[in-house]
Ligand binder design. Structure first.
Ligand SMILES: [Zn+2]
Length: 42
């Protein structure tokens, strides 16, 4: 179980493919777009 935690901790930070903004881990589920670029209301 510890290996899984280490795996996610060691993941490199993603950058938004549209604006280049550094993304936090919580944005990973949205792919390569940050919250601003991947806003559902836009
Ligand atoms: Zn963006």
């Amino acid at each position: 179980m510890l290996n899984i935690i280490e795996f996610f901790r060691n993941l490199p930070k993603k950058k938004c493919s549209q604006c280049g903004l550094d993304m936090t881990e919580q944005a990973d589920c949205y792919g390569n777009l940050c919250d601003e670029c991947d806003h559902p209301a836009r």
